[in-house]
Write a protein that binds this ligand. Structure first.
Ligand SMILES: [Zn+2]
Length: 279
């Protein structure tokens, strides 16, 4: 499933191809993804110029020049592929390429989603912040204003585990299972610790670790973009090396620790951590 760094990498990959460019044609190859695609989708998007692409949580917000915003979520399996005219000719449309944006300079953006949990909606740009998808969401972890005291404030009084609180999009957005495990490891905080006890210096360490794991992963994605000559022009998927995630039984990477990484199930999700380094 695409996580925040993947979505951010897709955004950065689309920027140079879409911004200040006109969408000349939209091919809609089915009526719905998770929900129906917008009514009269093609006629509402064709001829529009893209003003900018923002991201909120794991949603891409593609702002058009007529005051509409196209809200895109990649769901579980959504992928964006980018093709110039030659690449488009070499790569015929695939079965799950559901929406194809043709850009004025001949580039194509294809949205492929085998499992169809993705979403595309059109909304008036000025109403997006209050849209039901966004109004209950917590802050962005990479917002410089979201610091230790701000995180501590959102954890105050919370009796769930810190791991569960991090996955809750009302605490903060965009922290999936992988990044929660990795950040708790870097911060030396046990995933089982009660969320309300993560205050003061501990909260400072945790927010720094969250930002660090996300930024490192976005950097890894950026390096795949720089040489994104891979066939198919796929954006946004890449391999990052993890310290504890999915490494049960491996030796803890902390020098001198020597303990094995443990796996634990919390609210149905696997947690990976070191019982010695994380308290
Ligand atoms: Zn350890």
């Amino acid at each position: 499933m695409p996580e925040l760094p993947e979505v951010e990498t897709v955004r950065r990959g689309l920027l140079p191809r879409l911004v200040d460019r006109k969408i000349v044609r939209l091919q809609q190859r089915r009526r719905d993804l998770r929900v129906p695609l917008p009514q009269r989708f093609a006629s509402r998007v064709e001829g529009r110029t893209v003003l900018g692409i923002d991201r909120r949580a794991k949603y891409l917000l593609i702002r058009l020049d007529d005051g509409q915003t196209l809200i895109v979520h990649l769901g579980m399996s959504g992928r964006m592929t980018l093709h110039d005219a030659r690449s488009a000719a070499q790569h015929p449309l695939e079965r799950h390429d559901h929406v194809v944006f043709e850009i004025e300079d001949g580039w194509q953006v294809r949205f492929n989603d085998a499992r169809r949990f993705g979403l595309m909606l059109l909304a008036r740009s000025e109403t997006v912040a209050d849209h039901k998808l966004f109004k209950d969401l917590g802050p962005e972890p990479l917002d410089p204003a979201f610091d230790g005291p701000a995180l501590a404030g959102r954890l105050e009084g919370r009796r769930t585990s810190i791991k569960a609180a991090l996955l809750d999009q009302r605490t903060l957005v965009g922290i999936g299972n992988i990044y929660a495990c990795e950040a708790l490891f870097l911060a030396g905080i046990s995933p089982r610790r009660s969320a309300h006890t993560v205050q003061g210096e501990r909260a400072d360490r945790l927010i720094a670790a969250l930002k660090q794991v996300l930024l490192r992963s976005i950097d890894d994605g950026g390096s795949t973009l720089r040489d994104h000559v891979q066939p198919g022009g796929e954006l946004g998927y890449f391999q990052t090396r993890f310290n504890v995630y999915d490494r049960a039984g491996a030796v803890c990477p902390t020098r001198g620790c020597g303990h094995a990484v443990k796996r634990l199930v919390q609210s149905g999700r696997s947690t990976f951590y070191c019982t010695r380094c994380q308290r």
